[in-house]
Design a protein around this ligand. Structure first.
Ligand code: MLT
Length: 397
């Protein structure tokens, strides 16, 4: 028996687990202190009333013989029509035409950013931006894939562009980006789409934060760019859009036009899902189906507005302090430079000990994140205001 030795190459714990452990240790040692967490991007507002009402109706369906549901519909890899139709209508509003069969309902984008690799050879080279959401890196280390990096830094506003001298088979792009909050324009994404099509590569496009985009020049879906259906898979989530971090629902789009190695990736993914997955629960799907209704969209937009306001509270504070940052405008994340040339972990400790505020060290997202720090706008407004007042008092001295 041999274990998958690639696991031994990973850092001992996942970034957010390490931050959580350090925070818990500090809290245990200082129970009198009120620690404010602006670290993991976990939402704090409750689900929208339209979602709750739809879930209640779905619970009632499960209580009656006539409306009870077992496994989801096979023909659509367990996605119910009401949810698939609502997703298609949301894409249509972004000017994107898709078919029901292109959409696969999941339990969130994080699972699928790793699961999707099942349909690709372990021999492929994967191109990952640095810094980046750590799951992209870890899932490819687990699979033993060769990883190359697209360097992001202050110099390119944390938006790396393709380089034809770099050969890549699988390309991860997240826009608006986690952790930097930087967002690609449609014109910039077009350069990535053209590069992927020239290389015969596949883009795995993480659109988890698309709902924060507030500028028509910026992309909300990679399919707003011509040629993307021939090279891109889009990973979407209700977590940040509609507060589903604890409910778990997302969708992955694999267009029928996407052919690699002579095979339809849509068919490979359908085959994988029908073997390894039994679908997202009916109650969850019905809740999600209420998100992109007129009423649901009004309610979730109000919630996004609340988080946007938190982001503004953070960026106003950094503006007053004269600290460089990206994000916060089309993103719930603010990516700030650590003051006084501190490393990311030094600043983490400094802020925790002196302001009792927890953020996420930039170096946890890759080597180019060293010297940076991420704050999330998903906290409560009260906590965000309090944290910023403490940061202002500490760094404004
Ligand atoms: C984050 O804080 O980066 C995210 O909440 C993590 C995730 O979405 O899995």
């Amino acid at each position: 028996m041999r274990i998958n030795e690639n696991f031994l190459k990973l850092k001992e714990s996942y970034l957010f687990a390490t931050v959580g452990k350090k925070t818990a240790e500090y809290r245990a040692a200082h129970p009198e202190k009120k620690v404010i967490r602006l670290s993991i991007g976990d939402v704090t507002l409750p689900l929208a009333p339209a979602v709750i009402a739809a879930m209640h109706r779905a619970v009632d369906d499960m209580a009656k013989k006539e409306t009870f549901k077992g496994y989801g519909p096979d023909a659509t890899c367990y996605g119910y029509d009401a949810l698939l139709d609502s997703i298609l209508s949301s894409y249509a509003r972004k000017g994107v035409a898709l078919e029901k069969g292109d959409i696969f309902i999941s339990d969130g984008a994080k699972s699928d950013c790793g699961n999707i690799l099942d349909i690709f050879s372990a021999e492929n080279t994967v191109l990952i931006p640095d810094p980046v959401y750590p799951a992209y890196f870890d899932v490819n280390v687990m699979a033993g894939r060769n990883i190359v990096f697209a360097e992001a830094s202050e110099k390119n506003a944390f938006l790396p562009m393709p380089d034809d001298t770099v050969k890549a088979d699988i390309i991860y792009i997240c826009s608006p980006n986690n952790p930097t909050g930087a967002a690609y324009t449609k014109a910039q994404l077009k350069a990535w789409v053209d590069y992927a099509n020239r290389q015969g590569a596949v883009i795995l496009y993480d659109a988890a934060y698309e709902y924060f985009v507030n500028d028509p020049a910026l992309a909300r879906s990679i399919y707003q760019v011509e040629g993307a259906k021939e090279c891109a898979i889009e990973l979407c989530s209700y977590s940040k859009t509609a507060g589903f971090t604890g409910v778990r629902c997302g969708y992955t789009v694999v267009p029928k036009e996407l052919i690699r190695g002579g095979a339809s990736l849509n068919r490979l993914w359908a085959r994988r899902q029908s073997t390894k997955f039994n679908g997202t629960s009916y109650i969850t799907q019905m809740g999600a189906a209420a998100v992109f209704t007129e009423e649901g969209e009004k309610q979730i937009s109000a919630n996004i507005g609340y988080y946007r306001n938190n982001a503004k509270i953070i960026t106003d504070c950094l503006d007053r302090l004269g600290i460089f940052y990206t994000g916060g405008k089309h993103s719930p994340y603010v990516w700030m430079k650590c003051p006084g040339n501190m490393t990311s972990w030094e600043f983490f400790d400094y802020l925790l000990e002196n302001a009792n505020v927890v953020g996420t060290p930039g170096s946890g997202f890759g080597k180019n994140g060293e010297g940076f720090f991420r704050l999330t706008a998903f906290g409560t407004e009260e906590d965000t205001r309090e944290a910023c007042a403490r940061i202002q008092a500490l760094l404004g001295k």
